[in-house]
Write a protein that binds this ligand. Sequence first.
Ligand code: OOG
Ligand code: NI
Length: 461
Amino acid sequence: MTDKMHPDDIRTLFSSAMSAMYRQEVPQYGTLIELVREVNAATLKDNPELHARLDAAGELDRLDIERHGAIRVGTAEELFNIGRIFAVMGMFPVGYYDLSVAGLPVHSTAFRPVEHSALARNPFRVFTSLIRLDLLKDQALAQRAAKILSERSIVTPRALELLDAAEASGDLSAEDAQEFVRETLETFRWHSGATVSADTYAALVGAHRLIADVVSFHGPHINHLTPRTLDIDAVQKGMPSKGMAPKAVIEGPPRRSTGILLRQTSFKALEEPVNFGGTKGTHTARFGEIEQRGAALKPAGRALYDECLSKARARVSVGLHGEHAHEYVAALEEEFAAFPDDLTTLRRENLAFFRYSAKGGAVAPAQSIEALIDAGHLIAVPQTYEDFLPVSAAGIFQSNLGSQEQSTFEQSANRAAFEKALGAEVRDELSLYAITEESSLKDALEILGQTHLKVKIRAVA
Ligand code: OOG
Ligand code: NI
């Protein structure tokens, strides 16, 4: 057959189409993108070394493109079909996030590229949550919600046809891929007309705003997109002057010289007009977010991160209206003083995942991996964290529910039910980083003629 489109290219087509659609739907998101551009340009200007590094890595052109988006689905079948759609774009479910620990009636995964080369071409991923009607106290309402959901189909008939074709032949022609992206965009579009009455909406909000957000509409509207910034603190500070209301604090670790995991913040969701079967009302769902990613952490690093974070959170809790935000940031900085802030220590103490490469060819047998690094033959670069953080995700959800919602659902992870709905197991993110580290080190040692050195990598928990 004719020209096939590579899944990485379909993903790029999709993420830029989503970006264009979302900017049109949510003009304030366009303002956020402008602010991110300004901050990134200023950061590069003040930082020639960073500019040179990104330029060498070919990253300058793609600096402020979206890194992720998020959707919420209602049923097992919907999750299954979303998984099929993303697979065509080279995105696979990685990680299980139980948000019931944070009092939210959802569990989630991230559909994302897994290969290093695919991530390098376009790392776009979608945080995808499935609501959990089983957690609702009012089971009669849960049944009503299930019935409402059973009557909608979130994927267009043409998209389903193209999906079948893609699965049968293993790929799509360029022309079909274009049409596939156009059709799948319909799944994620905002509809200002609800599928339920104002009364039903109010009852669903009574159960939880997330339940209402999923059950009351035609489909899983994209609820935010997230570009990457080089200085998240500057974007956070700049938001109010551009008419955006940022959430009170940046989620994740504090500002450091070596970035770890993920820092993220958002402008708060907007109240939008909605038509509930002829009755005018409003709904808050859609917002804009920014992220700054650092090194992926090994189990020991993650345990230390969780410990520092929970100590800070135990000391200060930020109020619903941003009370104590300054004290929280101060506590966070103090607690994270315990977390080494230089790459060499992160590597030597097995706190972060690295990727190795050889500079030049074979050299005389060395005593150790450290000696090869010291001599400049072996290069170690931290692996970027490509996943999400449950505590941070809960903070993003919470600040965008547009109310004082403080529900508590019983903590009950149910990975098995999630995977059954998905029709597949989610991949374990830690093993993906471990495999990259191990295989890159093995390859580099081979090139350097150092096969006598054992690749000693701590086992993944
Ligand atoms: C997802 C919130 C989580 C993130 O970046 O952690 C998230 C949602 O609001 O549906 O996107
Ligand atoms: Ni997000």
